[in-house]
Design a protein. Structure first.
Length: 158
């Protein structure tokens, strides 16, 4: 009886198992790492990310910590509870002194329905003001508004 083929079979199986473990570990690492970029906490992008995460988590208190004091004091609370999910992609940032604009792409998915959901991708902009050394959101695109009056900028009138 020849035992050499059995050793080759066991070695081949061991190699295949090791390769599969490496592939599975890599896939888990990619999906477990999350999709949020790590941003500088002193940046307007970080303020947009933190504010948006609070809105999407329905954490109104955390969202209100990220808005300007003027908006916080004059907020007409928004009660939008739509059946959709939102993904935000940062596009660009322009800083001009103590003001900043952060351009984003909003990918909105209106889930459900007999034929599945529909997806909409739209460009939009956040405006921010630096208060006390921190960037605060003054206007935000729908559906990321905490206040009904948040989408009205000073140059658009009231």
């Amino acid at each position: 009886m020849n035992t050499t083929p059995r050793r080759v079979d066991r070695a081949l199986i061991a190699v295949i198992v090791i390769i599969l473990l490496i592939v599975v570990t890599a896939v888990i690492a990619v999906f477990a790492s999350g999709s949020q970029a790590r941003l500088d906490p002193a940046s307007p992008e970080f303020a947009v990310q933190k504010y948006s995460a609070a809105i999407l988590d329905s954490d109104r208190d955390a969202a209100m910590e990220m808005v300007t004091s003027d908006l916080r004091n004059n907020c007409e609370p928004s009660s939008d509870a739509g059946n959709y999910s939102v993904r935000i992609t940062l596009v660009s940032t322009k800083i001009n002194g103590d003001r900043a604009t952060v351009k984003v792409t909003l990918n909105i998915n209106y889930g459900g329905g007999a034929y599945g959901g529909s997806d909409v991708s739209t460009p939009d902009t956040f405006t921010l003001v630096k208060e006390g050394g921190n960037w605060r959101v003054s206007t935000a695109p729908w559906p990321l508004t905490a206040c009904y009056n948040q989408g009205i900028s000073e140059d658009q009138g009231e």
